[in-house]
Write a protein that binds this ligand. Structure first.
Ligand SMILES: [Zn+2]
Length: 339
């Protein structure tokens, strides 16, 4: 029988319906159209706008010899040069598309699944994300950051080369605000963050724990919206990745490498979205009343959302997901993966 589970983290419901898994197999990755000349490959640095940041060993800016590169997105959704003025005519409100839109080129190799990234590459990638979050945090106009990876056609990727995107906005998205308010209310009532309550109860039960090291734990959350969804959360009270130290970063890289290897061993190569949980950077008109609590109420985290089932009209109309794989099953399979 299916179950409607309450997701305390996001304050929403999810339908766990394992009997739907048999309806059809999971979506297999489709080959992305290969660009004639990949703008993200080493040697093609001229094909991107000049870099904002890079980790490299000795070579000059915009030259080969880098380990990660950050460039402005060539097809920007928002731009930092735009104005912040709002306009209004009757009920219609708009403003120029102000914001930051950057691409992190995760590594020089064109086609390497995360499970095959060397530990050094994962740690470089995390250090690069951290560096950009720290830098964008300095721009007081940017209130909210979305840091995400789209991997594969089913995840909305258009480039096969491993990359990560950062979009910084001058407001908190409407859907995020009630979720943040819920986390702050929970903190005010219980004196601890939702993320820590969930982590402790998951650790206590053990049923959905997938991997753990001295700093992080990977969990298949009780109310997973996606099949084989993984939530990586710190064991220490780490509110933001801005303050993550190098030892924690290495531990996170190590955990992610092991996790992806296990996921690929079970699922085969799979499309996924990966998102970073980052508390708002600055207060704005809508978050001012709770901004001071974010550091205590929110926790840094990473979510891996495999895109092996489609999203249909029900999900779009209700905001509720139907997940055909019970998280207990997902955790057991990934934990016991034969490598
Ligand atoms: Zn490439």
């Amino acid at each position: 029988m299916s179950q409607i589970r309450y997701d305390l983290f996001h304050d929403r419901y999810v339908i766990i319906a394992p009997n739907r898994a048999q309806r059809a197999g999971f979506l297999k990755p489709q080959k992305l159209v290969e660009p004639e000349k990949c703008p993200f490959c080493e040697g093609n640095e001229k094909l991107t706008p000049p870099e904002i940041f890079a980790l490299r060993d000795g070579s000059g800016a915009n030259e080969p010899g880098w380990r990660t590169r950050v460039v402005p997105n060539l097809f920007k959704a928002v731009e930092i040069e735009a104005s912040l003025t709002q306009e209004r005519r009757g009920s219609f409100e708009w403003q120029d598309g102000f914001g930051a839109h950057e691409v992190i080129i995760d590594m020089p190799d064109h086609e390497t699944g995360v499970e095959r990234w060397p530990a050094r590459a994962l740690s470089d990638w995390l250090a690069t994300v951290q560096e950009r979050v720290i830098d964008l945090h300095r721009d007081f106009r940017l209130v909210w950051l979305s840091v995400f990876k789209n991997h594969g056609v089913h995840a909305g990727a258009t480039q096969p080369h491993p990359h990560t995107q950062i979009i910084g906005l001058p407001m908190i998205p409407k859907r995020e605000l009630p979720m943040l308010a819920h986390q702050v209310t929970y903190f005010r009532e219980h004196g601890r963050p939702v993320a820590e309550t969930l982590r402790e109860e998951e650790l206590h039960s053990g049923e959905r724990i997938v991997l753990k090291n001295e700093h992080f734990v990977a969990i298949a959350p009780f109310a997973s919206a996606m099949p084989f969804e993984m939530w990586i959360t710190p064991l220490a009270p780490l509110a933001t990745m801005i303050t993550m130290n190098s030892e924690e970063r290495e531990a996170l890289a190590e955990l992610m490498q092991k996790l992806y290897a296990r996921m690929v061993a079970v699922l085969g190569p799979f499309d996924f979205n990966l998102t970073f949980e980052i508390a708002p950077l600055q207060k704005d008109g809508t978050s001012a009343s709770m901004f001071g609590d974010f550091a205590q109420a929110c926790r840094f985290g990473i979510r891996i959302l495999p895109r092996i089932t489609g999203i249909g009209g029900f999900e779009l109309s209700s905001g509720m997901h139907i997940n055909p794989v019970a998280p207990e099953t997902a955790a057991r399979k990934i934990r016991n993966a034969k490598l």
